[in-house]
Design a protein around this ligand. Structure first.
Ligand code: ACO
Length: 249
């Protein structure tokens, strides 16, 4: 992915890590700091748009303005040699961030945890399946000092599920009722914020319960349905194309 300006001063070398402060990598050459910041914003916005298009999302979940208002971290991978692109080229990006989530363990108990979440991930179409995604993901795991099975993944695409299976052996997902996918090993030795037999207020309110208001349709996903054998009735696998609640991704 190319831009009409030199990417070196904006992104630095191979990996660039961007947080809510949106600081360009450095100042080399004639560009003013303000110009570099604007160029970094352009890079982030264009990457976000490309990722949304690749995933069939109605709008980007990654943009410079969203980065400013969230404590997310963006790992950008670029090709400093810029083969055929003298100003350099961006290969892709990975966005992660910590989120408080109510999750279900294998027994169906609700657990409040704050895992690192994979929020957006994109490698340019012309470069997919060349190992760049793995390089970027590996760099993030090392920087964040996290093991892959400790991550929660926000509504993964089929390609990302295949990627996680291939490179990290992650396949045994623990069914959830929200958009996140977690895998076997997620809960082992994890400090949990809270463990509850039933979901927290207001998700535990049911019709007819004293003082409780009727459960609204949109809150129903938080209520576990039980089959006659007492087992949890897991939600269907996440659908990437759904337009349901993409809050804060
Ligand atoms: N179909 C199926 N599996 C795929 C595909 C594909 N088109 N592309 C990559 N994969 C998986 C496969 O397991 C593949 O191994 P294989 O070629 O032996 O089958 C493996 O990823 C390849 O690994 P890398 O080359 O390291 O991965 P890549 O550089 O392609 O990056 C990524 C993976 C980021 C998922 C990339 O394919 C991409 O950008 N896809 C489009 C956008 C997308 O779906 N992003 C994830 C959204 S969900 C989220 O961000 C939370």
């Amino acid at each position: 992915m190319e831009f009409p300006f030199d990417l070196g001063p904006v992104l630095g070398d191979r990996f660039c890590v961007v947080d809510q402060h949106l600081r360009p990598a450095g100042r080399r050459g004639p560009a003013h700091r303000g110009d570099l910041e604007q160029q970094l914003r352009t890079v982030i916005d264009e990457l976000g748009k490309a990722s949304a298009k690749a995933q069939g999302l109605p709008s980007p979940v990654t943009s410079a303005s969203r980065m400013e208002t969230n404590r997310h971290v963006l790992y950008i991978l670029r090709d400093p040699e810029g083969r055929g692109a003298p100003k350099g080229a961006v290969i892709g990006f990975l966005k992660v961030g910590y989120k408080k989530l109510f999750l279900l363990d294998r027994s169906g108990a609700h657990i409040e945890a704050e895992p690192l979440c994979v929020l957006d991930f994109y490698i340019h179409e012309s470069l997919q399946r060349h190992g760049y995604g793995r390089e970027l993901f590996h760099h993030m795991l090392q920087s964040e000092r996290v093991e892959p099975w400790r991550l929660a993944v926000d509504r993964p695409s089929a390609k990302l599920l295949a990627f996680l299976h291939k490179h990290y052996g992650l396949e045994d997902a623990i069914p959830q009722v929200n958009n996140f996918v977690i895998f076997e090993g997620f809960f082992s030795n994890r400090p949990v914020l809270r463990e509850e037999a039933e979901p927290p207020w207001p998700f535990n309110l049911s019709p007819g319960r004293p003082g409780g208001s009727p459960v609204r349709g949109s809150l129903r996903p938080f209520l576990l349905r039980r089959d006659p054998d007492g087992g949890a009735d897991p939600a269907p696998p996440p659908r990437r194309s759904s337009s349901l609640g993409r809050v804060g991704r």
